[in-house]
Design a binder for this molecule. Structure first.
Ligand SMILES: NC(=O)c1ccc[n+]([C@@H]2O[C@H](COP(=O)([O-])OP(=O)(O)OC[C@H]3O[C@@H](n4cnc5c(N)ncnc54)[C@H](OP(=O)(O)O)[C@@H]3O)[C@@H](O)[C@H]2O)c1
Length: 328
């Protein structure tokens, strides 16, 4: 397993991170022995970052992730979780965020956590009904985060890199988070690559490149586009059966249909299958710290680790992908 600097934090993260979210579903809806076995294999394989959130299974992911890591004695594993404001909570930000951090720690059975992210999207103006934080909301949250750092409840804090591109860049400049989640996959690589004017999806304006330049750790999400980039429409029974794409097509089936443009990676022998291609594509970004994979099963983790250990995609495969994006 390769390790990369998590920005300027002094922390080294495994290039493959463990997604504890509800799309894969293992850490929300899985059986305890399966969660235990999979997390144990992750640790044995060198994975040292686990990404959860209070929203994943309404607290269940935090409860399960905390319990399994404790049971395995994985005291050095890095854990990140997230706070999220509902519309009604925008009026009472300080109290709500402080309570959410405390509640997350309680659910995970920990005195502190390595990093807490905002989970709401970020936009030019505060929009409680749309779940969107404006920069002034963020400022108030950052105040709470800083107090939580001082009191030892959290080591670092960061933002979710979803929302309006320009405002996301401004949020980085204004607040200097330690970490940032960013959507990054073969369908939408715009947080690392420069895209042409006609690019069909949201252009993140090389957000991940910016985080790297500013010494901010980056966490790539949706590297498999929620499962579409496997090219297989059959969902695992534990997985979310209805997945809303992030910054790609309107529907998962639209994303699935577009994966045919990447089949050359398998046909020309670069990778054994599309899932391997998607994972190796994500870790090919040198400005990325860790790429999360959302998991439904032990086997998926085993495959993800094997793919990661094969290393980045060859440069000629990456050049061919550039050609595909330029033509899109
Ligand atoms: N900050 C945010 O707002 C945000 C948003 C989304 C995600 N995240 C984080 O990022 C993590 C990953 O994202 P995600 O789960 O949404 O999407 P993802 O990793 O792009 O996709 C997960 C899906 O990919 C499929 N898969 C995984 N490994 C596979 C393998 N080896 N072979 C074949 N298929 C495989 C599974 O689908 P099937 O089981 O159906 O086959 C799984 O449900 C989450 O757990 C969460 O921690 C954060």
């Amino acid at each position: 397993m390769q390790y990369r600097a998590f920005g300027n934090t002094g922390v080294e993260v495994s290039v493959l991170g463990y997604g504890c979210g509800a799309v894969g579903g293992l850490m929300v809806r899985g059986e305890h022995p399966d969660m235990l076995r999979t997390v144990e294999y992750a640790l044995e394989s060198g994975i040292n970052y686990f990404d959860t959130a209070r929203m994943y299974g309404d607290g269940l992911s935090e409860i399960h992730t905390g319990a399994v890591l404790r049971e395995l004695g994985a005291h050095d594993a890095l854990v990140g979780t997230k706070v999220r404001l509902s519309a009604a909570e925008f009026g009472n930000i300080e109290e709500v965020i402080e309570a959410q951090i405390d509640n997350s720690l309680q659910r995970m059975g920990r005195d502190n956590v390595d990093i807490v992210y905002t989970h709401n999207s970020i936009g030019a103006a505060s929009n409680p009904d749309g779940g969107q934080l404006g920069l002034d909301d963020l400022e108030r949250i950052v105040g709470v985060f800083n107090r939580a750092v001082e009191s030892g409840k959290i080591r670092f804090w960061g933002f979710n890199g979803l929302g309006d591109t320009e405002t996301l860049h401004s949020a980085i400049d204004r607040f200097g988070p330690s970490g940032m989640h960013t959507c990054y996959n073969m369908l939408n690589p715009s947080s690392s690559h420069e895209m042409s004017a006609g690019f069909p999806y949201q252009d993140y304006g090389q957000l991940m490149q910016k985080t790297a330049e500013k010494g901010i750790g980056s966490v790539a999400i949706r590297i498999l586009a929620g499962g579409a980039l496997t090219g297989d429409s059959v969902r695992h029974p534990l997985a979310a059966q209805d997945v809303a794409p992030i910054a790609t097509g309107q529907t998962l089936s639209e994303d699935l249909a577009r994966t045919s443009q990447f089949s050359f990676l398998v046909e020309d022998g670069y990778t054994e299958n599309l899932a391997e291609a998607a994972i190796r594509f994500a870790i090919s970004a040198e400005n990325l710290s860790t790429a999360l994979v959302g998991l439904s099963s032990f086997d998926q983790l085993e495959q993800a680790v094997a793919a990661t250990n094969k290393g980045p995609l060859p440069s000629d495969a990456l050049e061919k992908l550039e050609g595909i994006w330029a033509a899109s």
